[in-house]
Design a protein around this ligand. Sequence first.
Ligand SMILES: Cc1cc2nc3c(=O)[nH]c(=O)nc-3n(C[C@H](O)[C@H](O)[C@H](O)COP(=O)(O)OP(=O)(O)OC[C@H]3O[C@@H](n4cnc5c(N)ncnc54)[C@H](O)[C@@H]3O)c2cc1C
Length: 321
Amino acid sequence: MKNSNVAIIGSGINGLVAANYLQRNGCKVTIIERKPTVGGACVSELMSFGGTQQKYALGASVLGLMQKFVYEETGLSTVLQSFAPDHPKIIYFPGDSEPTLIYRDPSQLDQEFSKKWGETGDVEAFRVDEGRVIKFLQDGYKAARTPTLSDARNNLGETLTKLWITGDAKSLLDHYFTSERAKIYMAMNVSESGPVSLSDPYSAFTMPLMSSGSVFDGYYGFVKGGIWKITEKLKELAIVMGEAQSLEDQQMLQQLIAALINYVPGFDAYGKLLIPGRDFYQHEDIYLDKKIPENQRGLRNGLASELLHKKMVDMQYEGME
Ligand SMILES: Cc1cc2nc3c(=O)[nH]c(=O)nc-3n(C[C@H](O)[C@H](O)[C@H](O)COP(=O)(O)OP(=O)(O)OC[C@H]3O[C@@H](n4cnc5c(N)ncnc54)[C@H](O)[C@@H]3O)c2cc1C
């Protein structure tokens, strides 16, 4: 695999992490992204509110599912600051005068559920069994092994596999809990994760899956500056680590080359192009002047083919507007 040329389609967090591992193992990576921005579902948008500009998350907002070894091995842990609150989560149901605290410690949680919600089920057993399924998943992540049902049955046994993986969330919650509130709270993971009914087969699996991130032991944490720093930093690391160009530069080059090749006098795409300031094509004026006379068309074509040969042998037209 070393010294291979690898193309990755999509610059979401997974494409960027894959690029990071491949680059560190000596591959030359080209990421092809159809959108003008890097990051997929882990990006921000700028809004203006009351005269203040504020970035907010368009998709992912908290650091949840990432594995600790990925966070460390990619180099993210050295360039980002992240934290998870120590304080237990605070839950209010309508009409509650005091909150229910979601303790990490299973026996404390057991007592809290019992006191606040009259729970008489087995909260500790829920956490212990969930922990076994989570460990099975995390071992698979580390070994880069896709989990299969037969692996799960061998590892967890038939009963846990049926309850936690192939089964439905309602049966899982009825198995461990008696109070509606405990069931509703635990079921939130399922309903926020997708349009799935709690009675659907495999819906139980959402619960251990959503808690299988290991940066904060299954809990959600935050990244200083916003979660989108994850993809921004992965992009920066990709550029530092190899010959990889920034994805925006690649796209601009693609547009530039397309514009040059399909040159039509007055075509106003030239005016919109941003030119990456590098090498021999640093002179923006050439490109920004859309009234370049016809007799200079050769210059454009020559430049286009030079760009093509030097920079974009592997260029992709995928996603060009
Ligand atoms: C609203 C929302 C909230 C979320 N909240 C959280 C959260 O708080 N915490 C958390 O951990 N997770 C959260 N998630 C999940 C998390 O954001 C995603 O699991 C993760 O970002 C997915 O990364 P990915 O690389 O697999 O895919 P994506 O981020 O979807 O990236 C795929 C990329 O591939 C590109 N692409 C696709 N097809 C092509 C093609 N043919 N050619 C070129 N490019 C292509 C797309 O443009 C995109 O940039 C949330 C997701 C959403 C949608």
